[in-house]
Design a protein around this ligand. Sequence first.
Ligand code: PLP
Length: 381
Amino acid sequence: MIPYARQSIDDADVEAVVRVLRSDFLTQGPVVPRFEACVADYCGARHGVAVSNATAALHLSAAALSLGPGGLLWTSPVSFVASANCALYCGADVDFVDIDERTYNLDIGALREKLREADARGRLPDVIVMVDFAGQPCDYAALAGLKKQYGFHVIQDASHAIGASHAGTRIGSGTCADVTVFSFHPVKIITTAEGGMAVTNDDALAETLRLLRSHGVTRDPQLMTRGREPWEYEQIALGFNYRLTEIQAALGLEQMRRIDAFVERRRALAARYDAAFEATPVQTPYEAPYARSSYHLYAVQVDARKDVYVSLRERGIAPNVHYMPIYRQPFYEALGFREGYCPRAEAYYARALSLPMFPELTDSQQDAVIAAVLNATEIRA
Ligand SMILES: *Cc1c(COP(=O)(O)O)cnc(C)c1O
């Protein structure tokens, strides 16, 4: 089976992991801070806070921005459930803003309208989670005016988008959001098996993220209220154990050496798909003028999606679908959300198909995928 996504692991990755296994520290050693500095430098951010996965990074970011009971978080329905769940972890409410029908990212026009109505009703969102779907950055220039006007915080869920750029600036540099979150799950751009990171230019926010990552416990004399003895630590907030291990950080550091090559290969594959599907019934993804996508996903729109999906599976190709609108999940429907809430997200989902997209996909494998897709779509045409 050709999968829709897959990690790329080489001998240097294996050796880096083995080196840590033979070292003094398996967790809370010197490699995690080196990985944090490497990712932060790459993005042009002041701070990187490595955590156990991007879901944890979203949770801590929302908590560090003071989201709590009575609070409200908005996000895009076309995302992984974690983009919304972080609100509920904090005891806050969640709501959804429909997508732009070309980029499939949260639509700034719809956001403007919803903010106006929310303002009139007297309940504005505290946090908006912007999701850079498939690796394409959202329209952050248009968002900036609304952020200023209404004063909400922005968490950038860039789980798909490390290595992407917005208006010529790398994602994570702090021009788009208060905090940017990356995922290092094996299907994403680089991997640490499980893993994630929050990057920010805000010193106080970074300190809170670090504190909450490790139980709310500190040994920093500046933060301690009573500790005087050399062995003492203090818990000063209710945190979690969301730490990344040294083993994972070593893998991440090695992967960072190849990140630009990974993104270049993904973009080359996207260009080949674009060319192959031109003037066919397969609707290819649109890249906005301000965006340089990292192409975590290559998400097309096709009619009779199920037939195409089944036909590809029969030919040894495993496509995927990203995403059912989050509010259509049974858990969210039980909170009161109903079909029809975000019509553009639902129309997108009805025809969505993610084709194989990963650095080690060969040209000849991709040609087989293209032939299979064209065959499946043309049978019906
Ligand atoms: C993968 C993903 C996450 C969660 O990442 P984990 O590292 O698996 O927790 C969150 N948001 C989006 C958009 C994702 O694709």
